[in-house]
Write a protein that binds this ligand. Sequence first.
Ligand code: DGL
Length: 349
Amino acid sequence: MKRIICLLAAAFLLTGISLYAKPRIRIIATGGTIAGVSTSPVSTAYSAGQVGIQSLIEAVPQLPLLADISGEQLVNIGSQDMNDAVWLKLAGRINELLNEEDYDGVVVTHGTDTMEETAYFLNLTVKSDKPVILAGSMRPSNAISADGPANLYNAVAAAVSPACRGVGVLCCMNNQLLDAKAVIKTHTIDCDTFEGGPSGIIGYIYNGEAHMLQTPNNRHTFRSVFDVSGLEKLPEVGIVYGYANASALPIKAFADAGFDGIVLAGVGDGNFYKDVFDVAVKAQENGIQIVRSSRCPTGPTCLNSEVDDEKYHFVASLDLNPQKARILLMLALTRTHDWREIQEYFKEY
Ligand code: DGL
């Protein structure tokens, strides 16, 4: 008997078969440049969303060393075409994989143009503390030094890492792990385009291992109150860009169309031109929630600063840029239309 046990142990050791099952990681593909194909390896002309999930997985033969990998194709689009319907489907599928099919983590391959928005939407709607990691690329799949395969490998390495559990949704690009709330795309073409200020880079991947530097202090995922499981659509919220001598036509159009909320990408600390301001006050009086945010790439939009939010019942977006403020306002409006309650959500999430 002893001889048999020794032989079995030797067989396991020699063949490298682990006595322990590897983590089960599901990769959901949505398109983007990571699935893009260029006309030639040196050309910048390319189309996103051309390559399927199996090709993405086959381009990284080392993935099975990390995890028990499987994949599925949700959509195959440029992420400039990302929309509420895909978001609702993606959140529902991730919750199903993590909470009903018992996967240990999910990786989402995604275009970089709206990756920060999808990451934040999932940060508010995924009901699990298991790792959910988004990965993309800035160079198409057939470009010289395509960055997609390495980003995908690193994203799976993060998804199997216990250190990436309970920290909310992350983006994994260029060896860095970025927090869903703070991450922003800052450069149109550079591979290191994703940043996020002091709370953005919360870790990094090195040698296939995740190393965490900090943990987010806002509510997210398993501690989020937002539940989209029964929703077919989301409230309508538009964004109005602020600038000198701004026309009030865009905000009027949203108001006349009966939008549920309007986010103002204002100048400075969420200020806007007087003609726009007057329409915003009227819209708020008519039940359209106004959120002041800023076109400035960094810094908070503060409550009751140059604008008396208390007086007008406006909400200040605090640390959220306009595109993320829009997401939180949409989800907040599924629960309340009370501006004070909505402001509390902006303080927590
Ligand atoms: N069409 C853009 C997108 O899918 C390409 C940018 C990229 O994925 O890096 O977001």
